[in-house]
Design a binder for this molecule. Structure first.
Ligand code: PEP
Length: 252
């Protein structure tokens, strides 16, 4: 029997599900699912629900919880920010970094993303770093240039030996929350590009690359049929426990 290829299913709840709803979701989700070899289930609840989510999933080694954003400084006068020591204290083991909503709505720069990734690794937290082009950039033929610059900002701060702890999500901005996903071929092409550019920069390890952008029950299998994809990062379709359990179960 062949070992299944490892796949990561990451749920980004954005500004949904307070502690009560997070607990309710995970209780139901745990009832509906069992650990599957090679399958990792990652949840990114809002900050106020991190502790509740971490407590609710105790006993399930296939599930990990992470923060949607972290600051690179371990402490200090940064009102409204969350540090890595604060999120790890409540059990977070992952951090979403550079989500397009952080980049485009809150002005997060490539340089800041690089700092956050380096800080997460230093704190023993796995960063899930998002990269991706806007519609205008894609239409101007700048997808490669934009994505490579985003990746390079991380290469500048993270030594090659540390990259086995980094996970990337390719999320074309025009596909997030729009109902318009990239085709499996489009996604695979950019994943291939990222891998190629990383290996040119001496990053040899097999960095997992997830695809994100309007993934749902109807398109997930087509996307994951491409071996360039190591999983998916999902917003809208991860908000309902039954729907999310069904989606993560489609792959086997
Ligand atoms: C996301 O928030 O990262 C995302 C991909 O959202 P959606 O699945 O709703 O497009």
């Amino acid at each position: 029997m062949t070992t299944p290829r490892p796949l990561i299913y990451a749920a980004n709840w954005k500004m949904h599900h307070g502690p009560g709803a997070a607990r309710g979701f995970l209780t139901r989700f745990l009832d509906l699912t069992r650990p599957v070899e090679g399958r990792s289930l990652w949840f990114f609840p809002p900050a106020v629900s991190l502790a509740a989510a971490c407590e609710a999933m105790v006993g399930r080694n296939d599930i990990s919880v992470g923060a949607q954003n972290v600051h690179w400084e371990p402490k200090g006068a940064f009102t409204g920010e969350l540090s890595l020591p604060l999120v790890t204290e409540v059990g977070a083991r992952l951090a979403l970094v550079g989500h397009s909503e952080r980049r485009h709505l809150f002005g997060e720069t490539n340089e800041q993303v690089g700092r956050k990734v380096a800080a997460a690794l230093k704190a023993g937290v796995t960063p899930l770093v998002c990269v991706g082009e806007t519609l205008a950039e894609r239409e101007a033929g700048r997808t490669e240039n934009v994505v490579v610059r985003q990746v390079d900002a991380i290469v500048e701060r993270v030594p090659a030996a540390e990259w086995h702890r980094v996970v990337i999500a390719y999320e074309p901005v025009w596909a997030i929350g729009t109902g318009k996903n990239a085709t499996p071929d489009d996604a695979a092409q950019v994943h291939h590009l990222i891998r190629f550019e990383l290996s040119r920069r001496g990053v040899e390890q097999r960095v997992p690359i997830l695809y994100g952008g309007s993934v749902n029950q109807g398109n997930v299998l087509g996307l994951l049929a491409r071996e360039e994809l190591d999983g998916v990062l999902v917003g809208g379709a991860s908000l309902d426990a039954d729907g999310w359990a069904e989606l993560v179960g489609l792959g086997g």
